[in-house]
Design a protein. Structure first.
Length: 93
């Protein structure tokens, strides 16, 4: 099975935010009570020797400021998504 790609990804400096959209089974059958929700991941890229890696932790105030901006952009994307309600593939950045 192919790994699901995020609906939205944004990098701010070394910080990356990714959003995956989930849809309850009822949504695929036209169920009015179907539910959509989002999972958000924040990671920090860093270089270890010659290899780039990712970590779920942040380092200092610089990372906090970049993470705050990345999360603000993610929130704006989700709000836009909820207002326009297209499929995940219809919104890209």
């Amino acid at each position: 099975m192919e790994k699901q790609r995020p609906c939205y990804e944004k990098r701010v400096g070394n910080i990356r935010v990714a959003i995956w959209e989930n849809v309850s089974e009822g949504a695929t059958n036209g169920n009015a009570t179907a539910r959509r929700w989002h999972n958000i991941a924040v990671t920090r890229r860093y270089k270890a020797g010659t290899e780039w890696k990712e970590a779920p932790t942040l380092n200092g105030l610089g990372d906090l400021a970049q993470a705050a901006l990345a999360l603000q952009l993610a929130e704006e994307w989700i709000v836009q998504r909820q207002e326009s309600s297209p499929g995940c593939e219809d919104i890209a950045e």
